[in-house]
Design a protein around this ligand. Sequence first.
Ligand SMILES: [Zn+2]
Ligand SMILES: [Zn+2]
Ligand SMILES: [Zn+2]
Length: 370
Amino acid sequence: MKLTTDLSGLWANVERMGKFEANFNLQEDHSPDFELDKDLSSTAGLDIQLEDLELENGVLSVKGRQVLLFIPDHMQRIEDVLSGNNLGNRFHVADCQTLADMRKKKRFNRYKATYNISGLFKIYGTSSISNENVEGEAQLKVCKHCLGYLNYKGYRKGGVKSKIFGEFEISEFLSEYSTLFSSMPDRSQVVDKGGYSEDWAEVSTKYRATVNFCCEQCGVDLNSNKRLLHTHHISGNKRENHSDNLKALCIDCHRKQPHHDYMRVTHENMLFLNGLRREQGLFKISNWHQARNIADKAVDGLLRFYEKSGYSLPEINFIVENNEQSTFQLEVAWPSLKKGIAISAEDIKAGQLYGWNVLSVGEALSEMNQ
Ligand SMILES: [Zn+2]
Ligand SMILES: [Zn+2]
Ligand SMILES: [Zn+2]
């Protein structure tokens, strides 16, 4: 039997939902998380209860996946929001004061969670004219309390607030905190792979060979793991492949480019990369700017805060060796104070065991907000 269903309408919808590409296979048994990821990747989002929400990293997650939270119900304002005359409800990205207040008042059940990166949210309400139900998709804006909570790009100290708020991009934001999560969707699931020229793989390999597989930003030599070196388009146009427009960047420097595609970097890859940078003598940090360039993006807001608050320059990616069996690694460390911040639970535990005051990123953020 041959299936002749026309799926073009479906694909048009999928495209509209924010470039979500899933590899559909009707025969395949879906993993238990398939439905969860389907809901979380949609603009409609997933209904969540307070107990579903994980807050220990300072940012928001559900079942190990980083999410944004929004209230879809816009009541009588729905038409104004859909037409762009009203900005609508803000979406949350961190454990901000607004969420804390809602938790206290137990008024939490109206929230939906999503990791759709299109910037569109499916919202609804009641028409103020006809009294009928109205729904549609609208561009919502990020909550300013959340930006302050994270000191995102220096929002609470040192940055230009209106610029940081106006230029906020979901894909960039999710990429920056990706090292804190083990279950984020693969980049290929959420980013449109179109746009590259057909000979791109070849162009990219050739270009990276001309720079000896070294990152043109931080200098790390990635001959031992070429897959961690990307070819970036400086202009943003993925078809402009002349060498003036190309730059070889390690995945960490690549995700630090402004306005970038969603790019997931695991904590393991960061450890590997920083191990190479250390071996290759690239870990010379003499000012805060260099510290932030080398450090994991998940601690960027913290470092900006420490700098403006007059802290001494910390060590970045500091390895503490107690004996041959036991070492632990701190993202940020003040060795003379035996104080630091770590990303993995094992490093936090090991640090505490050896008498260090080691905070998780979530605990450090919460301390910053006290
Ligand atoms: Zn918020
Ligand atoms: Zn690099
Ligand atoms: Zn790029």
